[in-house]
Design a protein around this ligand. Structure first.
Ligand code: ATP
Ligand code: MG
Length: 231
């Protein structure tokens, strides 16, 4: 499907809570991001960064939500859940790999050539690691064993590149433990994601200096929304 084609994102007076008896985790968020721009979401622990991403994928029951999130003019609450989740890519701190081959993991619906898969692996600097395996793209990914956490994150990034969705969500690791992986991801975002809408939860300033917008959350509300140069 072609939605979203521009990747325009609008939060409109959006609030959500995790349970009826809990206070809202996000309070009246309103901001707009033009398609093709990159936004970094910052804020202290518990400020609502993950909740914002969760809401974008409709991970919260509709009765706990008020206001709306609109992508390319479409209220996401009207989009079938499966379609919504297939319409965007996400790379998280706990990257998910299937118990299948590397090829299946990077190209789930089998729409890419091996050459394209190798090219994506090259871009995320995983080409050599996969080349070194006897069975290469046919290598079965078994969690924990085959690849480090950082490498699995890079494989998920390659998957996001191959999926070629207009909106890409990135969740940077909280710790500075895997600085090298973060640097590699930053490089791929800067060089390969021009024209894509990138929404990144960022813990380090270095990640977002090249971004177009910074959203700073504080206790579930917007504290700042501006160009990084202004902040
Ligand atoms: P961190 O930097 O620690 O990842 P965050 O900015 O991602 O923090 P959120 O996880 O979005 O913050 O949390 C926002 C608020 O919602 C916090 O008060 C948190 O305690 C609460 N919260 C988060 N997840 C849940 C949940 N599953 N059930 C209930 N409350 C939750
Ligand atoms: Mg979080």
């Amino acid at each position: 499907s072609s939605w979203p084609s521009a990747g325009n994102l609008v939060f409109s007076d959006f609030s959500m809570r995790y349970r009826d008896d809990l206070p809202p985790a996000l309070k009246n968020l309103s901001f707009a991001l033009e398609g093709g721009l990159k936004i970094g979401i910052c804020g202290r622990t518990g400020s609502g960064k993950s909740s914002t991403v969760l809401s974008l994928f409709r991970g919260i029951d509709q009765h706990l939500v008020t206001g709306k999130i609109v992508i390319d003019g479409v209220d996401i609450s009207t989009v079938p859940l499966k379609m919504l989740r297939e319409s965007m890519s996400i790379v998280t701190q706990d990257p998910f790999l299937w118990h299948g081959s590397i090829r299946e993991n990077l190209d789930i619906i089998n729409e890419r050539t091996d050459a394209e898969i190798w090219e994506a692996l090259k871009l995320v600097e995983m080409h050599d690691a996969v080349s070194a395996l006897d069975d290469k793209l046919d290598h079965l990914v078994v969690d924990e064993e085959s690849f480090s956490k950082g490498q699995r994150q890079l494989l998920c990034l390659a998957r996001a590149l191959l999926r070629n969705k207009k909106i890409i969500v990135l969740d940077e690791s909280t710790s500075s433990m895997d600085h090298i992986t973060d640097e590699k991801i930053r490089h791929v975002v800067d060089s390969q994601m021009k024209g894509f809408t990138v929404i990144a939860i960022a813990h380090r300033i270095s990640t977002i200096v090249n971004y177009d917008k910074i959203l700073v959350l504080d206790s579930g509300s917007i504290a700042e929304f501006d160009d990084p140069t202004v902040l």
